[in-house]
Design a binder for this molecule. Structure first.
Ligand code: PLP
Length: 377
């Protein structure tokens, strides 16, 4: 039987085996509530403390700047709503047209509550032009939220410069780094971001756990009210096993950033070379500076949905856009924002590779694409 090929790693990743092993004791034996004062809770409390320190080190933060959440969606919502509610005197939010729906829909809710939101355009590579931000930002701007890397086309933004513009105008800067953490080097001190969202299942950690980095001194209120966990800012019994697994997965990913990048760039190169030997007419989306392993293609005269289903029948998993959009057959907001020409835009697919993919997978994916996209005879 043909090998199943998973090439949708921007949607989610396989749980790392070491992360899984590290989680097991906290699911089976060390199941205590970390908030309890008795000695049985000591191990889980220690594990959370060590995980916090380890995660902080991976992004050059301080341990007390890491707040555990249930994942990217919660971190994004908290960053936007928590800042908005903490600073009622300033209201305007600036974001981009290509953010994930966790940001776009949180912005919609804030608009409903009376916070004006400006959605910045991007260029054809999906980059937010610094000039566009300078022209849009005012003294009333409360928060600028621009994603570190796009989930559909992989474009990496100039976060350091964008954050600097926000700060020069007295605004807070948040970045949704869900696609970036564990994939490229992140340094919150160097980029000087105030808030940064991350999600474990995007870097071989477990699902349902993530974190929000909040720079010391940032004015923010809690989103989830209840107990005193997470320095009184995020209530709810800690997901000890998830937090431990996330820390192991992130440390491992960060230790392999360079080697993974070289491996994935080589697979991308092989993919494009093979694709160029076919008659497939395509555009590759995104900037040169993109997340390793991301290949977003818009193919002329076909539909991304058709390609996805035909490849699925051949045992290959890819995406047409973001996974959260998979029931929506419209051209995605990202593809519209970067102005992919009409002839191509319906035929957009995203292949996102991981270190588990092989050179043989690349040959099989291109062969399958050719059989689906090129009329034979
Ligand atoms: N932000 C981006 C850029 C994403 O790609 C995703 C997931 O696809 C999210 C936020 C939501 O993360 P989670 O699935 O952990 O809620």
């Amino acid at each position: 039987m043909a090998r199943f090929i998973y090439a949708d790693n921007a949607a989610t990743t396989k749980l790392d085996i070491d992360a899984f092993e590290a989680m097991k004791p906290f699911l089976l034996n060390e199941y205590s509530n970390p908030s309890q004062p008795y000695s049985f809770s000591r191990e889980s409390r220690k594990a959370i403390r060590e995980a916090r320190a380890s995660i902080a080190e991976c992004i050059n933060a301080e341990p007390d700047e890491i707040y555990f959440t249930s994942g990217g969606t919660e971190s994004d919502n908290w960053a936007l709503k928590g800042i908005a509610l903490a600073c009622p005197e300033k209201k305007t939010i600036l974001t981009s047209k290509i953010e994930h729906h966790a940001i776009l829909n949180a912005c919609k809710s804030l608009e409903y509550l009376g916070y004006p939101v400006t959605y910045l355009s991007v260029n054809k590579y999906g980059e937010v032009d610094l000039k566009t931000l300078i022209e849009s930002i005012t003294s009333k701007t409360l928060n600028v939220s621009i994603m570190y890397a796009n989930n559909e086309i992989g474009t990496i933004q100039n976060i350091k410069e964008l954050a600097s513009i926000a700060h020069n105008n007295g605004a807070v800067f948040h970045t949704d780094a869900v696609q970036a953490v564990g994939h490229i080097q992140i340094d919150v001190k160097d980029t000087d971001v105030d808030l940064l969202s991350a999600s474990a299942h995007k870097f071989n950690g477990p699902k349902g756990v993530g974190f929000l980095f909040i720079k010391r001194g940032t004015k923010i209120v809690s989103l989830l009210d209840g107990g005193a966990q997470e320095h009184n800012l995020r209530a709810g019994t800690e997901n000890t096993a998830g937090i431990v697994g996330m820390a192991v997965a992130l440390k491992k990913s960060c230790a392999q950033l360079e080697s993974s990048k070289h491996y994935l760039r080589a697979l991308e190169k092989q993919f494009i070379e093979c694709l160029n030997l076919t008659k497939i007419k395509y555009i590759r989306n995104g900037s040169q500076n993109r997340i390793p392993g991301n290949i977003s293609l818009s193919i002329a005269g076909t539909s991304g949905e058709t390609i996805l289903h035909r490849l699925d029948l051949k045992g290959i998993s890819i995406s047409t856009g973001s996974a959260c959009d998979s029931i929506n057959t419209q051209v995605s907001h990202v593809i519209r924002a970067i102005n992919v020409p009409d002839e191509y835009k319906e035929g957009t697919i995203r292949i996102s590779l991981s270190k588990d993919n092989t050179s043989d997978d690349i040959l099989k994916i291109v062969e399958a694409l050719e059989s689906v996209c090129v009329k034979q005879g």
